[in-house]
Design a protein around this ligand. Structure first.
Ligand code: FES
Ligand code: FES
Length: 156
């Protein structure tokens, strides 16, 4: 089937099979390998992308279901060579350890900040509850997202 997607503000048209998952389209057809595949079952959040403003596990979405959608992947976070505030704070707070889960955390956090500029700590924790970090980086990740939200809300 023929699909058209808008990924990181660029339009892509492609022929995909009915079984092609969104993650495969992103990684293999578009070569955007920042999106990681962990569990392949919607449990780990490593593959999270933003689809029409919502964080979704791209391993659980078929490319055909995403036809016509606006997608943001981790590659779409930085603008004009400058890291997104979330990426900067992840680095500053030491929230990137293995790094494998980081793209998913960043995208869940970005989706949160797109709809809620001043999230509470519990809202931050709820937004990333679908993302797994196995190396005890969780607290630093929450702190990094909180710092990014505060800095952006204050316009610093
Ligand atoms: S790879 Fe998609 S949720 Fe784990
Ligand atoms: S930083 Fe990736 S699993 Fe914790």
């Amino acid at each position: 089937m023929k699909i058209t997607l808008y990924v990181n503000e660029c339009e892509y048209t492609a022929d995909v099979t009915a079984e092609t998952r969104l993650i495969d389209f992103i990684r293999e057809d578009l070569g955007l390998t920042g999106t990681k595949e962990g569990c392949s079952e919607g449990e780990c959040g490593a593959c999270t992308v933003i689809m029409n403003g919502k964080a979704v596990p791209s391993c659980m979405v078929l490319a055909g279901q995403a036809n016509g959608s606006d997608i943001i992947t981790v590659e779409g976070l930085s603008k004009h060579g400058e890291l997104d505030i979330l990426q900067k704070k992840f680095v500053e707070y030491g929230a990137v350890q293995c790094g494998f889960c980081s793209p998913g955390f960043l995208m869940s956090a970005k989706a949160l900040l797109m709809e809620n500029k001043k999230p509470t700590l519990s809202e931050i924790k709820r937004a990333i509850e679908g993302n797994l970090c196995r190396c005890t980086g969780f607290e630093k990740i929450v702190q990094a997202i909180d710092a990014a939200a505060k800095e952006e809300a204050c316009g610093n």
